[in-house]
Design a protein around this ligand. Sequence first.
Ligand code: FE
Ligand code: CA
Length: 532
Amino acid sequence: MNGINRRRFIALSGLSGLGAWMGMASLLAAETDASSLSPRNLLKSPWFGRTPFALGVASGEPTPDGVVLWTRLATEPLEFGGGMPTQPIVVGWELADDEGFRRVIRRGTALAHPELGHSVHVELDGLAPGRPYWYRFNVAGYDTGTARTCTLPARGAQLQRVRFAVAGCQHYEEGYYTAWRKIAEEPLDFVFHYGDYIYEGATSPTRIRKMNGRPFTNLRNHVGPQLYTLDDYRRRYAQYKTDPDLQAAHAALPWFVTFDDHEVDNNWAGGDDQDGTPGPLFLLRRAQAFQAYYENMPLRRTAFPRDGRMQIYRRARYGDLLDLHLLDTRQYRSKQADMGNRAEVESPGRSITGAAQEKWLFDGLSDAAPRWHVIAHQVSLGNYAREKGGATVTSDDQWSGYLSSRRRLLDHIRQVGFKNVVTVCGDAHRHYASDLVQDHADSGVISSEFLATSISSGSDGLGVDAQAENTLAHSPYLKVTTDKRGYVLCDVDRDVWTGDLKILDRVMVPDGRLESFARFAIEHGNPGLQRA
Ligand code: FE
Ligand code: CA
């Protein structure tokens, strides 16, 4: 491919990075020749009766010189196919130095392919480090409005402060996304979404169900039955993405996203679901869920699904201040253990990360350059225990069900000895702030965990309820927990990491009141949570 065609190809498809491009080359081969500007099936003069930008925009995966800009076309988000013709459509994009778009510094087009649910991923490079940019998309006379993103600081730059939100678990039926609106209004550098961006279940609008022991009627209903096909998953993402508060948070700042279980199916593990479905059948479903996830997230080509797999664990660096290690604790994990079988729970042959990712993580945590390391993952490392039916129980779906993985990680952090590792995660639909110690001996405090409660899953919540009291009584290193909705705001400077557990009084009404449930500080070099 000559230079002009390669540039044209990059502009059209948003591709960059030779390795990723090689993987994509056969798929998009039709775009590599001179006719690439108008593939034979291109929709030449698109016309839409209403805006095709009903799903908003997003940005993510910033680097010191680039970022991914995302949108997906749909005029009818709740219909299969989103109301779009099954043809490629040219979408325009602009990037500006300023919010008013007086200085547009880049402009280009990208193809929204029907094969990718008419999503667009524009992968930019050559930008300046550590600064905001503004972007917008256009097609057929419609415009997305202005969104903001920013690049990472230069590699190794002396950085004084990073602020970010840890959030996820946004069940559409169980509450307003007020927490996303609040996050959009915070002066933050990025969002880490730990997963459960969608929930795969059917709705049951006519059935009054129970929530926290009380009768519960959905705030709003999922469209369609349980998700199995690519069209099912696409439509569910589209429904979630119509939410204006979620759109506001995407439009305000770049996100780093990872999936947990509900992007595919509750509590799936590697090649298995929890229903005993034959593995090859489940993998067909998982492949479709992965494709829909890629289509709907501002991810790089390196995450493009291939052969039913998806590379989602990765690193990001905020100058010399913070290394972010984003994990995938679903795709490579062993099946959940029988928690009554200690030999199985502790078996060194079982893993929550898989061997390759574990080595990659340990290598990253051994780097002395960053002031702080943060493990950004999905499920609890805290080993939270509670009494149930006369026995003390822990979860089979969290690191407590994969004790050798947990031991190896905590041993590694202790042996490296920087005393600068913090972990953030979610999944539990409650806030937890806890110190992390080994489970087999008094190791002293090795690290601490901020487990963020849900955006909406679990609805209004009961606060410090009986389950909270029960868990606090059986988990000696757990400082606080509460069953309310919200997020964790991390404010990191060179000497102190502050975690603020934000909660909303209600999510079943719009505009719930936000407050701080608890704040904890961690001193660099002195692991352990201190009340702040
Ligand atoms: Fe969840
Ligand atoms: Ca989960």
